[in-house]
Design a protein around this ligand. Structure first.
Ligand code: PAD
Ligand code: ZN
Ligand code: ZN
Length: 375
């Protein structure tokens, strides 16, 4: 490869300060060090977690190159890399899989201890970043940083996928689709004939619905304050949709009345404390399972009466749908290629990368499900 070993100059969307637009900047991307991989990005989605970071709701070091739902082609690899090679199609993994730690060796868990999302340092594993702009080092986001024409990731944070896969679609497997779908089928293990409630009908919530339907749920109740989301939710398999603003009582009571005491499975896919409580109380007090997927606002806590759990309810949360990322992503791409689930209906907008701020405006206005930026 012509550029292997060299610094690459390219464009990236840099966030210098929270609550400010992204600036498209000329940056330098250093060559990958040992066990690192440099990727030419082809497509990346806009996920609400990127917006949480851009607004400061989710705290991460600045300045930074955000983006964590992407797909691209390996440009070059550092010493010792064995799982990918130049020319491979890949998906960066915001939740890595080192394959060695206690969590990676646990049969059920997936949040590898090498992750950079619980307490983000904004760097690769060696504690530094490969990005510089105007002489300043720019941080990495969630081990991935996909809002750049080129990015460098650790080998444990990238998965090789099918050579024939359409990158402008399968990029959603890098976060939104997999998180939602996995939360239903892999993490909650939704059962056939069960009742489910999904709070928040964005890209992730709709993917929860795909998972609930695949698992054979009998009732899937979509809950959203934006009724424009209902038609698509029904297209994906929601059997009914409700808007909390249409009732003069708490939505958890409405759910309890609709489902003989509460749903079997509820999913919070908004990222608010009040909806986390409603999802919890809206699942059955004895046999309900409530799953938190939404990222809560920074440093906010809930106060919970333990009686809500004493009767047998389960309350849990998951990153990336509970999937072990490096193992699961190539299989999910193969499943998509075998038409086991759709991704196209989740993509409402496709924009050139330079229009990233327009893409975020669409999300903030509630007008998009997923915008895919193409490079
Ligand atoms: P999104 O903004 O596209 O969807 C959120 C939906 O919630 C929208 O349709 C809103 O209208 C709706 N909503 C807002 N307020 C309320 C309310 N009070 N009651 C009901 N509905 C409401 O976001 P998304 O689908 O990209 O992401 C959803 C959340 O999941 C967000 O917090 C994101 O940070 C988080 C996430 N978590 C993971 C993970 O691994 N756990 C991965 C990806 C995203
Ligand atoms: Zn690990
Ligand atoms: Zn995401």
């Amino acid at each position: 490869m012509g550029t292997a070993g060299e610094v690459i100059k390219c464009k990236a969307a840099v966030l210098w300060e929270t609550q400010k637009p992204f600036s498209i900047e000329d940056i330098e991307v250093a060559a990958p060090k040992a066990h690192e991989v440099r990727i030419k990005m082809v497509a990346t989605g806009i996920c609400r977690t990127d917006d949480h970071a851009a607004t400061g709701n989710f705290v991460t070091p600045l300045p930074i190159v955000l983006g964590h739902e992407g797909a691209g082609i390996v440009e070059s690899v550092g010493e010792g890399v064995t799982s990918v090679k130049p020319g491979d199609k890949v998906i960066p993994l915001f939740s890595p899989q080192c394959g060695k730690c206690r969590v990676c060796n646990h049969p059920e868990s997936n949040l590898c201890i090498k992750n950079d999302l619980v307490q983000p340092r904004g760097t690769l594993l060696d504690g530094t970043s490969r990005f510089t702009c105007k002489g300043k080092s720019i941080h990495n986001f969630l081990s991935t940083s996909t809002y750049s024409q080129y990015t460098v990731v650790d080998e444990i944070a990238v998965a090789k996928i099918d050579d024939a896969s359409p990158l402008e679609k399968v990029c959603l497997i890098g976060c939104g689709f997999t998180t939602g779908y996995g939360s239903a089928v892999q993490f909650a293990k939704v059962t056939r004939g069960s009742s489910c409630a999904v709070f928040g009908l964005g890209g992730v919530g709709l993917s929860v619905i795909i998972g609930c339907k695949t698992a054979g749920a009998a009732r899937i109740i979509g809950v959203d304050t934006n009724k424009d989301k209902f038609a698509k939710a029904k297209e994906f398999g929601a059997t009914e949709c409700i808007n909390p603003q249409d009732y003069n009582k708490p939505i958890e009571e409405v759910l309890q009345e609709m489902t003989d005491g509460g749903v079997d499975f509820s999913f919070e896919v908004v990222g608010r404390l009040d909806t986390m409580m409603s999802a919890l109380v809206g699942c059955h007090a004895a046999c309900g399972v409530s799953v938190i997927i939404g990222v809560p606002p920074n440093a906010q806590n809930l106060s919970v009466n333990p009686m809500l759990l004493l009767g047998g309810r389960t309350w849990k949360g998951a990153i990336f749908g509970g999937f072990k990322s490096k193992d699961a992503v190539p299989k999910l791409v193969a499943d998509f290629m075998a038409k086991k689930f759709p991704l196209e209906p989740l993509i409402t907008h496709v924009l050139p990368f330079e229009k990233i701020n327009e893409g975020f405006d669409l999300l903030r206005a509630g007008k998009s499900i997923r915008t895919v930026l193409t490079f």
